[in-house]
Design a protein around this ligand. Structure first.
Ligand code: FAD
Length: 558
């Protein structure tokens, strides 16, 4: 390896890259200045951006790596597929976000190819045109690494999906879908096609009955019936939309009332919902399915398929998991402070990570073991109350679960059940009860809401890091696992929406509230307008909605 001194005094090193043996550049900080800790953030989605927005950059030297130089407001992606809003209205350039932080954050438009936790280095490659002068490969060293790379579409290795289906994950996907919908109509009206061919071209299939698939189906239905039927009147009766869902209901992560409201609305709208069907393969013309109840195979022709069945881990994250002994897991595991299990100074948040549930059960057992000093298997009431306090502080989901079942006072509930006449607590019975509670407590959903709250939480931890190092006793202490300076991450569910088309929406609000219908759609408009990351995108989105109300959606294929 050769090293050169840069004019600025920093060091540039040339070495072989881990990928394809290309030359690459390593950036070291200027050694003469007092060193700030180097924070490298991978990803500029919900998690990465909310981390950057609140991070106190006076304490850190921050570098951000992402193959996209913008933040995308993903909840409005389905609206982009039909031109209800324009793609540029829902994206904010990362450099605008950085500018607001006085430009002290460095951004590199590149993809992270590999994380090496031993040398604390990330290896990256830019996706910018290779014909431009200069090297596309480089590496960066970190003191703290924040992994916020999101997830990729899960195809379940179904044959033909990658080749013949559209995904709805990125802005480019939504733009591609918009063009293909118009292609299907333009092809269907060409002379010389049989009626059967026209029908096939105008059969739109959505695989996956989750929020994204359903929202897209609703958007498409509105686009077809409000705009396209006026432009292509000759084929208006040949259009069909089908949603294929392997479970028994669509929107099955929502409240039952929402799920059945959506099913009834789709039935009225003529959107066919095939529940209990598993897609076995997809070809350029056909989608092949198996009915779960009978085992029968059926095939239907399609003009376009949108695949929306959930997410899986990106290869770069999988490779990192293998290096740190998490190779047998599906998702990168962190503790409740979002620290990657088994890897110091690395944090992971958003869709690419999950809090390890198994560890929670083990930790609860540890807390008990530590409290049961005489190994009697029993605790006094005071000891018991201390234990409960620790568990609820560390594992808010235990409390959240009990609260959601209206069992507000955790300690009272458990006390009633497990304290004997001598006012002692049976630890084994109690541990069993808690682990059952834990099993029933679902891990956090892969949503923008979770990712954004995790980003804000982690930046507040980073902002207090130095202060806490100087006061190591910290505000909180726990019996096992040493002392922790920060509260664990606590998710606050603010509700979720499912727009269902025709100016109707469903919402699940905190406190088991469900709201359905037109008024909910207006609530959706106001919430989504208010949640935009900048005034620029807010005005653009509101402008697009108004344009659509007045002129309809634009059907040009550009
Ligand atoms: P992302 O937002 O996906 O960001 C990942 C970032 O990592 C991106 O900037 C990406 O470019 C970057 N990246 C990828 N690979 C690399 C690499 N190798 N190196 C460096 N950077 C990399 N959630 C809700 O709460 N409400 C909704 O209404 C909602 N609607 C949705 C609609 C759609 C169509 C979709 C697709 C998702 C929706 N979600 C919604 C889910 C939400 O978008 C995700 O949960 C959220 O984006 C997760 O945030 P994240 O930061 O973990 O990942």
């Amino acid at each position: 390896m050769a090293t050169l001194l840069r004019p600025s005094g920093g060091l540039v090193a040339y070495a072989d890259s881990p990928a394809e043996g290309k030359k690459q550049v390593t950036l070291h900080n200027n050694q003469k200045k007092p060193q700030k800790k180097k924070v490298v953030v991978l990803g500029t989605g919900w998690a990465g951006t909310s981390f950057l927005k609140d991070l106190d950059i006076s304490n850190y030297d921050v570098q951000v790596v992402s193959p996209r130089n913008y933040f995308a407001f993903t909840p409005l992606l389905p609206s982009v597929t039909c031109g209800t809003v324009e793609a540029r209205s829902i994206v904010e350039p990362v450099r605008n976000i950085i500018k607001k932080r006085n430009g002290e954050i460095k951004f590199w438009e590149a993809e992270c190819l590999k994380v090496d936790p031993t040398s604390k280095t990330v290896f990256c490659r830019s996706n910018i045109d290779e014909n431009l002068a200069g090297n596309n490969d480089f590496s960066i060293e970190y003191d703290y690494l924040v992994i916020a790379m999101g997830a990729q579409v899960n195809t379940f290795n179904t044959p033909g999906v990658v080749e013949h289906c559209h995904f709805l994950k990125e802005v480019e996907d939504a733009q591609r879908i918009r063009r293909t919908v118009i292609d299907c109509f333009e092809k269907a009206v060409l002379p010389g096609l049989t009626e059967e061919e026209r029908k096939t071209n105008l059969h739109f299939v959505i695989v996956g009955g989750g929020p994204t698939g359903i929202e897209f189906a609703a958007e498409l239905h509105d686009f077809v019936h409000e705009d396209l039927v006026k432009i292509y009147p000759s084929v208006k009766d040949l259009v069909s939309i089908t949603v294929i869902q392997s479970g028994d209901h669509i929107l099955n992560t929502f409240d039952e009332r929402i799920s059945s409201f959506a099913e009834q609305k789709f039935q009225r709208d003529g959107i066919e919902v095939l529940t209990g069907h598993r897609v076995m393969s997809v070809t350029d013309r056909m989608i092949n399915m198996r009915m779960k109840c009978t085992g029968d195979d059926i095939s239907i022709p399609h003009g376009m398929v949108v695949w929306s069945t959930g997410v899986s881990t990106r290869p770069v994250v999988k490779d990192f998991m293998e290096q740190i002994g998490q190779g047998n897991r599906r998702v990168l595991a962190t503790d409740e402070w979002l620290r990657v299990k088994g890897c110091d100074e690395v944090y992971a948040l958003g869709d690419c990570a999950t809090v390890d549930q198994k560890k929670i059960v083990e930790d609860i057992a540890e807390i008990f073991k530590a409290a049961d000093k005489d190994n009697s298997g029993m605790l006094t009431i005071e000891e018991f109350e201390d234990v409960i306090e620790d568990i609820v502080i560390r594992y808010p989901q235990v409390e959240l679960y009990l609260k959601s079942k209206h069992l507000i006072e955790v300690s009272d509930l458990l006390k009633d059940k497990y304290v004997n006449d001598r006012e002692e607590v049976d630890i084994e019975g109690f541990k069993l009860a808690l682990s059952l509670v834990d099993k029933q407590t679902k891990s956090l959903p892969a949503t923008a809401q979770v990712a954004a709250q995790q980003g804000t939480y982690l930046s507040s931890c980073f902002n207090k890091m130095e202060q806490c190092k100087q006061n190591p006793e910290g505000p909180r202490k726990f019996r096992s696992g040493g002392r922790h300076e920060f509260r664990p991450f606590r998710y606050r569910h603010l509700g979720s929406f499912a727009p269902l088309g025709g100016e109707q929406a469903a919402a699940e609000l905190p406190g088991d509230w469900v709201s359905l219908g037109r008024s909910t759609q207006w609530l959706w408009y106001s919430v989504y307008a208010s949640k935009q990351v900048s005034w620029r995108t807010r005005l653009l989105v509101i402008g697009d909605w108004s344009r659509r109300f007045v002129f309809g959606r634009d059907s040009s294929r550009i």
